[in-house]
Structures are given as C-alpha cells and as structure tokens.
Design a binder for this molecule. Structure first.
Ligand SMILES: Nc1ncnc2c1ncn2[C@@H]1O[C@H](COP(=O)(O)OP(=O)(O)OP(=O)(O)O)[C@@H](O)[C@H]1O
Ligand SMILES: [Mg+2]
Length: 331
C-alpha cells in the first residue's frame, strides 16, 4: 500500500448522494422517491471508533452499505482506506468487515464453527491457518464452548457475537458495525462493547451506528450526527456539548412558571438556551449553561415564591446534544 493511503483518513466522502426509487401498488403504479443521502461530506480518522448517530430513516444503514461496497451511491465519491468504494472493490473487500444487526446472514442448521469455516472459504482465508484462526476468533468473542452447537440453538446475543466473529475472521483493517448491540440484554451488550473496544487496540478502525447514546459516549471519541440524509454535526462529544450551548445543564422544577420568570432565568449570565416542558401539573425549565460562575442559588433567586421549587445540575449528556441538534434540523 502506498504511504499516502496509509496516512490518509480511513473514510472520506464527498457530496455523497443516494436516491431510492420504488414503485407502489399493482394496477396504478405510483413512483415514490426517497433521498436517503443528500450530499454527505465526512472524514473519519484511522484507528479509533467513529460513531454515527441519527433518527430512524436518517440514512445510517444506507451510508454504511455504500462505504462497505454493498450499495452504489447515486453520485459523489467515497474513499475507504484511500480507495474508491465503487471502482476498487477487489482491493477493498478483503480489508473490510461488515456486521449488520439482526438475525439474518447466518446458517442456522450448522454449528457456529461450521458457519465460520464457510465464511473463511468465502473470504479466501488460507486453508492452512484457517481452523486455528477460527478457534482464535471464537475465543475472542466468547463462543468457544458453544462453537459446535447448531446456530438455531443460539440466543440473540450469541448470534450477534458470531456475526462479529464473521466480521473479523479475515483480519479486516476497517470494520463497519450497524447497531451492534440492538436487542441485546444489558450484560450481553456490555460484553459486546468490551469486545468492540478490544478490536481497536489491535489497530482496527471501527465505524459504528447506534441508537444508544451512552454507548456512543462510552465508545466513540468522535462522532457525527446524520439527520435526513445530511451530516448536521461532527466532532468530539465535548465539542458537541459546546455546540449546543455548554456542558452544564441546570433544571428547575415547580408547579408552573410565568413568562416573566422564564425571561428572568434566560437573562442570567452564561445561559445560552432555556427549554420549557410541562409534565402533569409540574413545569420544568432546562437551562444550557456555558460558564462555571452561574450558581443554583442565582437561579433560585430568579424564581421566588415557589415553595416546592427544585433546582439541580447535571452534565449536558450526549442525549441532550443529540435531541437539540436533531430538533434544530427538524425546524
Ligand atoms: N432499498 C430501499 N428502497 C427504498 N427506500 C429505501 C431503501 N433502503 C432505504 N430506504 C429509505 O432510505 C431512507 C434511509 O434509510 P436507512 O435504512 O439508511 O436509515 P437508518 O438511518 O439506517 O434508519 P434506522 O435507524 O431505522 O436503521 C429511509 O427513508 C428508507 O425508507
Ligand atoms: Mg439502519
């Protein structure tokens, strides 16, 4: 591989578009057109876990499939490891792994080990080291004891581990994981996250989509938010906190606040945003705060006469950031 490609980013897309035309109905065929990706520009550095977040239908799976050469873009370019995903598939395919969530893609009637033998042959893993490599991968994902049981007897978590085993069998340089922990119980999800983290220490670049904010926060030093086919933000979690108005979030709750009080709170130093919410008889003001100076007492001072007032502080979470950015996009 050329030095240039080695040093370059793991992924680089320029103005990537993908459109789906589908027909509905039988007699009166109606064309529906979906713009799944609308000009995605994205750079992902090598050797880390990069997270892609976004609501249902945002285009995450579409982008993952294009990057892993499973689907062609309508226009635009995408380079993975410095190579074009539409023109250099022969070079790319042996160097990448793809794990799409769900139950499909495995052979249920045969054992986990036999599944991996089948895929090893498909991926061109040399016969000489094949069975040793399969043993290694089974150990890695924690399926050694279940290796010779039929996959139909596997739990969902075990199947997901087998999917990951399949994805890393041929030692890919980059691994695409689409919702790797979906439907897993907390313990299996945690084991899967641990496994994903251990792959990065081997130098594999991981591109991961998830709907679990804590998972993204825990695993991904950098992430991007995709909304309606467009990247609306791409950065570290801390930088994203700053983007939505600060890493401090203060909440004040009472039985109703009037407009004057809301304005008084909004005018406090460092307050970048105030959201009002009602739930039952209670009302909550959520304040995004930029500076360290503002105290809870200052907030209480602006909301006098509420005997039941509760004011507390928490760190702005990735979920706050996500909801702010996705809502902004919807407006
Ligand atoms: N094969 C297809 N034919 C027609 N439309 C499609 C096809 N695949 C995806 N789409 C549409 O493209 C858009 C993006 O879908 P995609 O599956 O990429 O979203 P996603 O972000 O992965 O969503 P989710 O979080 O639900 O998995 C959706 O509107 C979807 O209906
Ligand atoms: Mg998807």
């Amino acid at each position: 591989m050329s030095g240039l490609a080695r040093d370059g980013p793991a992924i680089e897309t320029r103005q990537l578009y993908r459109r789906f035309d589908s027909r509905k109905g039988f007699l009166f065929r109606e064309m529906t057109r979906t713009e799944a990706l609308k000009g995605v520009d994205l750079v992902v550095e090598r050797g880390a876990i990069f997270g892609l977040l976004g609501p249902n239908g945002a285009g995450k799976t579409t982008l993952t499939k294009i990057l892993s050469t499973l689907l062609l873009p309508t226009s635009g370019t995408a380079l993975v490891l410095g190579h074009d995903v539409t023109r250099e598939t022969d070079w790319l395919r042996p160097r990448m792994g793809l794990v799409l969530g769900g139950e499909r893609g495995l052979y249920n009637r045969i054992s986990g080990r036999e599944n991996l033998r089948y895929f090893a042959d498909l991926y061109g893993v040399p016969i000489a080291g094949r069975d040793a490599r399969i043993r290694e991968v089974l150990e890695r994902v924690g399926l050694t004891d279940a290796a010779d049981r039929r996959v139909e007897e596997y739990s969902r978590g075990m199947k997901q581990k087998l999917h990951i085993a399949r994805g890393i069998l041929h030692r890919p340089e980059i691994l695409f994981l689409d919702e790797p922990t979906i439907g897993l119980d907390p313990k299996s999800a945690r084991e899967t996250r641990k496994l994903i983290r251990s792959l990065v220490t081997d130098g594999v670049t991981i591109f991961l989509t998830t709907h679990y904010m804590f998972e993204a926060e825990e695993l991904c030093p950098r992430l991007a938010i995709l909304s309606k086919g467009r990247i609306v933000a791409r950065d570290t979690v801390d930088a994203l906190r700053a983007l939505v108005g600060g890493d401090r979030t203060l909440e004040a709750e009472a039985y109703g606040f009037d407009d004057r009080e809301v304005d008084a709170v909004r005018a406090l130093p460092g307050v970048s945003k105030v959201v009002t919410e009602e739930f039952g008889p209670m009302m909550r003001l959520t304040l995004r705060v930029r500076t360290g100076e503002l105290t809870l007492d200052q907030v209480r001072g602006r909301l006098p006469g509420h005997a039941e007032l509760a004011v507390r502080e928490r760190r702005t979470s990735l979920e706050d950031v996500y909801l702010d950015l996705v809502e902004e996009e919807a407006r």
